[in-house]
Design a binder for this molecule. Structure first.
Ligand SMILES: C[S@@+](CC[C@H](N)C(=O)[O-])C[C@H]1O[C@@H](n2cnc3c(N)ncnc32)[C@H](O)[C@@H]1O
Length: 237
């Protein structure tokens, strides 16, 4: 049977799953990721969860089509609530907003206690999730950028353990260091600087008192991002 290819976005998640992982894929929808990993012989099986019946049915159909139904355990539940700690040493959560991902982790604190590998791909609110992780005893070990069309996706490899605090600009862009292998980082920083500048323009026109302090915060972020961009460019020379 011909095996499908993963999209670049999902491939970047798959690349971070170690061979032989005991995987829990949260918000699995069609289960493309775990079924592909099983077909590649990368993992023996997985627990797959989804909040809604329709997506979980799609996961069942895909698994049946590729004759791997017996290798998946399907859970209709919110986040990891239906998954026991001994069932997974690797958790993937992709295709959701950063706030939803943070909620899922806070509802199942066992993922932050042991050596569980978390592979998180927030579609939105990446800055919120970075900040949340650093304040809740997690370390972002690695970030991978992937491009699909015009969109840049960011995938975090995370484990339990306190990381040094992130600056406001690092919450937006992630930490950078010389020699870091990140060919898309220039573009990522350019877009973030543009986004922060646009947000600042908007907020400076506002007459609401609460926007005064937001403007000061955003100014710090915008200045920090510009400095990170210059630093990154200097490292590339
Ligand atoms: C856009 S799909 C992503 C599918 C796949 N993970 C991917 O990245 O291609 C998001 C899926 O997450 C599910 N979902 C949203 N919130 C969830 C939660 N709290 N717990 C479990 N699943 C959730 C949705 O029902 C939907 O099927």
């Amino acid at each position: 049977m011909r095996i499908y290819e993963l999209s670049p976005r999902l491939q970047s998640v798959a690349d971070l799953v170690p061979e032989g992982a005991r995987l829990a894929d949260v918000g699995t929808d069609h289960a493309y990721l775990p079924v592909w990993l099983i077909l590649q012989g990368m993992i023996d099986g997985a627990v797959v969860s989804d909040l809604r019946q329709g997506p979980l049915d799609r996961a069942r159909q895909n698994a049946a089509h590729y004759e791997v139904s017996d290798k998946l355990s399907f859970r209709l539940c919110d986040g990891l609530r239906g998954v026991q700690p001994h069932e997974a040493d690797t958790v993937t959560i992709a295709g959701m907003g950063g706030e939803t991902i943070a909620n899922i982790l806070s509802e199942s604190p066992w993922v932050g206690l042991g050596s569980c590998r978390l592979i998180l791909q927030p579609m939105t609110a990446q800055e919120f999730l970075r900040c949340w992780l650093s304040r809740h005893g997690y370390t972002i070990e690695r970030e991978v950028l992937t491009q699909e069309g015009r969109t840049l996706y960011c995938t975090f490899l995370v484990r339990a353990g306190q990381m040094p605090p992130l600056s406001p600009a690092e919450c937006w862009a992630g930490r950078q260091y010389p020699g870091m292998d990140a060919p898309l980082r220039s573009l990522y920083l350019e877009r973030l600087v543009h986004r922060a500048d646009r947000a600042l323009d908007g907020i400076r026109r506002s007459t609401k008192p609460e926007d005064m302090s937001r403007a000061a915060d955003l100014e710090r972020v915008a200045a920090g991002l510009s400095a990170m961009k210059k630093e990154w460019e200097a490292w590339q020379r």
